[in-house]
Design a protein around this ligand. Structure first.
Ligand SMILES: Nc1nc2c(c(=O)[nH]1)N[C@H]1C(S)=C(S)[C@@H](COP(=O)(O)O)O[C@H]1N2
Ligand SMILES: [Mo]
Length: 247
């Protein structure tokens, strides 16, 4: 089946509501599945989903580049007892030793010297109260405090014209985001939740908090950050979830 028959992207109309457009993007794929394909052929179905997902990445990146900030809420709305989530139960969360911890840097970064906890916690910080949305169907408002990822990337001389920022975690998890999202001022290296140093299960020593993306795009227990022009994928993305996953 020729590629251009599978998805006929609608023209992007700047005025169109982004959710409506995303919905149309999805139903377009579903429609093609129902009408144009032999759905008994798993390969083709898989390829189709991959194409729909790539198309969704493209639409979302286009819209994100002109989109606004995520809403911030009054502090009184922040939940104190935040919900935990990961691909395993909380007692199995990796315990990171603060005195020996090092954040490794790699890829298109000029100064790749690793950072220890003292250096990280010495960075300028700000607080923000935003909503975390998990793809599993729950959301919660929390207060996170930390350093804009942009501040950090600038300090270490990262190539800010590169396409992706990738993250490696202590629990085998990994994620990556587009550079515009990495530079968005609300994307932070979060050291605190509800004014307390991040407890182990919430990602000590820090979590990348991104209020414009779904929960699974926000790696905890980060041990390495790298900058690259090749899309590094992610733990759930490589298991079929959409890579951009904006909210
Ligand atoms: N290292 C790591 N980061 C992760 C995950 C994980 O399993 N491992 N799960 C993700 C998912 S699906 C969600 S919803 C949030 C949950 O973060 P919380 O425990 O602070 O609520 O972390 C994200 N980051
Ligand atoms: Mo999630």
């Amino acid at each position: 089946m020729p590629e251009n028959e599978i998805i006929q992207p609608p023209k992007i109309n700047a005025d169109v509501d982004r959710r409506k457009l995303l919905r149309n993007g999805l139903s377009l794929g579903a429609l093609t599945l129902l009408t144009g394909c032999d759905i008994s052929d798993d390969d083709i179905v898989q390829q189709m989903f991959a194409r729909v997902s790539r198309w969704n990445n493209f639409v979302q990146e286009e819209l994100f580049s002109r989109s606004k900030l995520a809403p911030e809420y009054p502090e009184s709305m922040a939940v104190k007892n935040f919900r935990y989530n990961a691909w395993y139960q909380a007692p199995l969360a990796p315990v990171i030793e603060a005195s020996t911890y090092k954040l490794e840097l790699a890829g298109l970064i000029a100064d790749k010297r690793p950072w220890n906890m003292r250096q990280l916690y010495g960075l300028p910080q700000r607080s923000q109260v935003t909503r975390h949305v998990c793809v599993e169907g729950w959301s919660m408002i929390g207060k996170w405090t930390g350093t804009p990822l942009k501040t950090f990337l600038t300090l270490v001389g990262a190539d800010l014209t590169a396409k992706y920022v990738g993250f490696v975690c202590a629990d085998g998890y990994y994620e990556s985001i587009d550079m515009p999202t990495a530079l968005q001022p609300q994307t932070i290296m979060a050291f605190k939740l509800s004014d307390n140093i991040l407890p182990t299960k919430y990602g000590f020593p820090f979590k990348i908090r991104i209020p414009t993306k779904l929960g699974f795009k926000q790696p905890k227990f980060v041990t390495a950050i790298y900058v690259t022009n090749r899309n590094p994928g992610g733990f759930w993305v490589d298991r079929g979830y959409n890579w951009f996953s904006g909210i």
